[in-house]
Design a protein around this ligand. Structure first.
Ligand code: ATP
Length: 867
């Protein structure tokens, strides 16, 4: 068979049994069954069993297994069974958690999955890229990824960047002409578009020739890895810290072991104590808790319209100090309405509207008998307005068919079409007034065309400024007649016709969000392609800017050196008439100032700025695939307020993770302290390894998770942003963890001592009073930790005075853990395994008092700290 690029359009359509109107949905379904989904085969993900086995590679788990075996050998069968049980439960939980994390990542990926625009039975519609089949007719537009390998059948200024395939980053100009030569390299197949390359300019139409693994990229990317997992800085730090804690624990164990032996303790007993200590020192539940809290946080953000594409962004969001936002659609509603038309004598309005309608990509479609406009709001506003005055774009297009075009782009800020008018060609241009005016040599004055004078220019500029002051977005329109299409010179020596001003009201919620930013120590910055005066008017309304000195234009920015910009960047809150590349400079300047910058973007050209920003936020509705791919986060509602909401979530998530970590670690410290002091005092074992394991993995985990989903503290958005370099143990947090842990440890030791003394006074045997002491220690440890969980809900504020039981998850978690402990105590079988006994009323009162003590102590300390 001849390669597709050698076939003519007719041949290719015949070959693939399709036509320019595309196939039907049923046919697509049939082909989907035949050819399979348009996706790459993923590396097989691990089976559940493999995952389960993986859990046993952990160093700690190996220590535990060794401990279980040794215990078994020396006859402590119950110990050995319990340790193994806990290890297995832990492994199962690990697998569940890993699976969940992967599922939610996959789901996220699916949400962010691009759609492709295809024509089926003559109607264009968006379908998921994976459902595209050979024979589908695909429409390409700037900013979209090519969804499959296509033979192009129609192009208009189409440029495609194919670096993923060819390594060449300069976009290739494409056309639909038949090629003559066989066996040419991919980069030279000008009438083909390849999957995963991206459209950077213009548009086109192509027939799908191959999908999935049969595409050129599929052939080389044989087995693409499945979901990529990225750890957040905090997770990385914790992993690192975990390693150190493990090593430290081993060293302490070693020392304790030898101290014990020197003191003449039993070797086996000392071994078991060392194991208990190792277990006590390592926060087993921590990584799982952090992962789960992050996953839950990401879900919460989705509910608030922010899809996180890169997990580390969750943390970075909480540190954001500057939010640079586009204006149109993000801070404003992107609902444009034409308010005013200006022409030099007030008589050429109709001509102005005709140009604005011809030079316009909006489509008028009929839906359920009603007419609807489909396109960019700036352009639909023009169509709607003209339609009301009896100008119908469809009729104009019939009379003056478009033969070519120079598309709009935010760098040139102009758009032109070439329309056939009798035997001539008319160039119709619309664009930003300041730019278009510099291209005009003539002016339409009533019905005369004459040279434009400086007086005219003055008048037009004044009219423009007046409209802009009213927050109107202004477009200028011009035209000229030519004999042939010469794109180089098309936008020169034009005839100016008029200005059209349209209003785009600010979003209701944007004002509030700006206010919130300010109290949260975050600087909102507006970046827009619009005129400076329009931008200032809207920025004032939103509260972004107070004095006009805070606004600067792209042209002024261009005159500044990087150094000057760096020195002055803090002054500006509005950038007007900027091009996408200016965004990169703005982000870089802020970053050099040590700020954490969030930046929004939608177009192809915004991708570099989105990548450089600490948090790139792409528009979900108007954003191109390219922008979304480059971003860390996608705003499904294109709304500025969503970024602020995401920052709030980011701050809450971090603060909650910190609460969980503080809680778990202070519990660990309590356990280490208990064992260490007991050894120093030469006491027998107040806590057995199984007690500690049980507390760490069973009774502590639920409250720690519940702390991770604490509702946001009222103050989250009233504090300045967190310094990203600030560790979780800084600002005294580390010391507090240690002190709180020591308190828990001291209480546990006291309870043990009390129980032992109580038994001794009543003449009980060693085994008997040891049993009482240990029971007291075990229950004091576990219950005081449950009470201590409440302390961690609020860092500085009193929990008692601020709704102690407001986190219902925590209430439930503590209740469940408490019931579990009651069951352990009340079941003879479990009592046996855990080596505990029933206590009388006096002893129970001591345990209860000791358990409540951390709440009282911490409340007192918080009170003093607040003073
Ligand atoms: P942002 O989204 O960055 O806040 P913006 O959407 O206003 O700003 P652009 O879309 O780049 O920025 O528009 C810049 C200017 O280009 C506008 O002020 C307008 O004068 C002109 N313009 C916008 N859309 C078109 C269009 N479709 N055709 C011609 N000119 C346009």
């Amino acid at each position: 068979m001849r390669p597709y690029y050698l076939l003519t359009k007719e041949e290719i359509l015949k070959e693939l049994e399709t036509n320019e109107n595309g196939i039907s949905d049923q046919e697509a379904k049939r082909r989907l069954e035949k050819y399979g989904y348009n996706e790459f085969k993923e590396k097989k993900s691990k089976t559940m069993f493999q995952r389960f086995l993986d859990q046993f590679k952990d160093f700690l788990v190996i220590i535990l297994i060794v401990a279980a075996i040794i215990s078994g050998f020396v006859g402590e069968i119950a110990d050995s069974i319990i340790i193994l049980l806990v290890v297995i439960i832990n492994a199962i939980l690990g697998v569940i958690q890993e699976n969940k994390a992967e599922q939610s990542l996959k789901a996220l990926k699916k949400m962010a999955q691009p759609l492709a625009l295809v024509i089926r039975e003559g109607v264009s519609k968006e379908v998921p890229v994976r459902e595209i089949v050979p024979g589908d007719v695909v429409i390409l537009e700037a900013g979209r990824y090519v969804p499959a390998d296509l033979r192009l059948i129609e192009t208009s200024n189409l440029k495609i960047e194919e670096s993923s395939l060819t390594g060449e980053s300069v976009p290739v100009e494409k056309n639909s002409d038949v090629l003559e030569e066989d066996n040419i390299p991919i980069g030279d197949r000008k009438n083909m578009a390849f999957m995963s390359s991206m459209v950077t300019y213009g548009r086109g139409k192509g027939v799908v020739v191959s999908t999935g693994m049969k595409t050129e990229i599929g052939k080389i990317a044989d087995m693409l890895s499945s979901v990529e997992e990225e750890q957040t800085p905090l997770q990385k730090k914790l992993e690192e810290a975990g390693k150190w804690m493990g090593i430290a624990a081993l060293i302490i164990c070693g020392i304790m072991f030898f101290v014990g032996i020197l003191r003449g303790n039993n070797i086996l007993e000392m071994f078991m104590t060392s194991i208990a200590l190792a277990v006590a020192a390592i926060p087993e539940g921590l990584p799982a808790v952090v992962t789960i809290v992050l996953a839950v946080g990401v879900q919460k953000m989705i509910k608030r319209n922010a899809i996180i594409r890169k997990l580390p962004a969750v943390e970075t969001l909480g540190c954001a100090t500057v939010i640079c936002s586009d204006k149109t659609g993000t801070l404003t509603q992107n609902k444009m309405t034409v308010k005013q038309i200006y022409t030099i004598n007030g008589l050429s309005d109709k001509k102005a509207l005709i140009i604005a309608n011809l030079c316009n990509d909006t489509k008028i479609v009929e839906e359920n008998g009603k007419l609807r406009t489909l396109g960019d709001p700036t352009e639909t506003a023009l169509i709607d307005f003209a339609f009301k005055l009896g100008i119908d774009k469809r009729k104009l297009d019939e009379m003056y068919p478009r033969i070519d075009e120079i598309p709009f782009d935010s760098d040139r800020k102009l758009m032109s079409t070439f329309n056939k008018v009798d035997n001539l060609i008319e160039v119709n241009v619309k664009g930003a007034p300041d730019i278009l005016l510099s291209r005009c040599k003539y002016i339409l004055d009533n019905e005369n065309i004459r040279e434009i004078t400086s007086d005219d220019l003055e008048k037009i500029k004044r009219a423009n400024e007046e409209m802009a002051k009213k927050a109107l977005r202004v477009l200028a329109v011009a035209y000229k007649q030519v004999e042939n299409i010469d794109k180089e010179n098309a936008e020169k020596d034009l005839i100016f016709v008029g200005l059209i001003g349209m209003i785009d009201p600010p979003r209701e919620e944007a004002k509030e969000a700006v206010e919130k930013c300010k109290t949260a120590g975050i600087k909102p910055v507006m970046i827009t392609g619009d005129h400076k005066i329009t931008a200032i008017a809207i920025a004032k309304e939103l509260g972004i800017l107070k004095s006009e000195e805070e606004a600067i234009t792209g042209a002024e920015l261009e005159k500044m050196s990087d150094k000057e910009l760096l020195d002055n960047v803090k002054k500006y809150s509005v950038y007007a008439r900027v091009s996408p590349e200016h965004k990169v400079r703005i982000v870089e300047a802020w970053k050099k100032q040590g700020q954490i910058v969030a930046m929004t973007g939608d177009g192809v050209n915004d991708a570099p700025a989105l990548k450089i920003a600490n948090i790139g936020a792409a528009m979900g509705i108007t954003g191109t695939d390219v922008a979304k791919e480059a971003a860390d986060m996608v705003l499904t509602d294109d709304n500025f307020a969503t970024i602020v909401a995401a920052v709030e979530e980011g701050r809450t998530i971090y603060s909650n993770i910190k609460k969980s970590i503080s809680y778990l670690l202070s519990c660990n410290v309590g356990e280490i302290f208990t064992l260490f002091v007991a050894t120093l005092l030469g006491w027998a074992e107040p806590l057995l390894p199984i007690h500690i394991l049980w507390v760490n993995l069973v009774t502590d985990s639920l409250p720690a998770l519940a702390l991770g989903v604490e509702p946001a503290e009222k103050e989250v958005m009233k504090q300045p942003p967190r310094d990203p370099n600030e560790g979780i143990f800084s600002k005294g947090a580390g010391i507090r963890i240690i002190l709180q842990g020591m308190l828990i440890g001291a209480l546990t030791l006291f309870a043990y001592w009390y129980g032992v003394r109580y038994g001794k006074e009543r003449g009980l045997s060693f085994d008997e009073y040891e049993l009482i002491g240990r029971t007291m220690a075990f229950f004091t440890l576990s219950l005081s930790q449950l009470v201590h969980a409440f302390n961690n809900r609020l860092e500085l504020k009193s929990v008692i005075a601020n709704g102690m039981f407001k986190n219902k998850y925590l209430n439930l978690a503590v209740l469940i853990s408490f019931l579990i402990q009651l069951i352990v105590l009340s079941t003879p079988f479990l009592r046996n395994i855990f080596k505990v006994t029933l206590l009388n009323r006096e002893l129970i009162s001591v345990v209860v008092l000791c358990s409540i003590a951390p709440l009282v102590f911490v409340e007192i300390v918080k009170f003093i700290r607040r003073r």
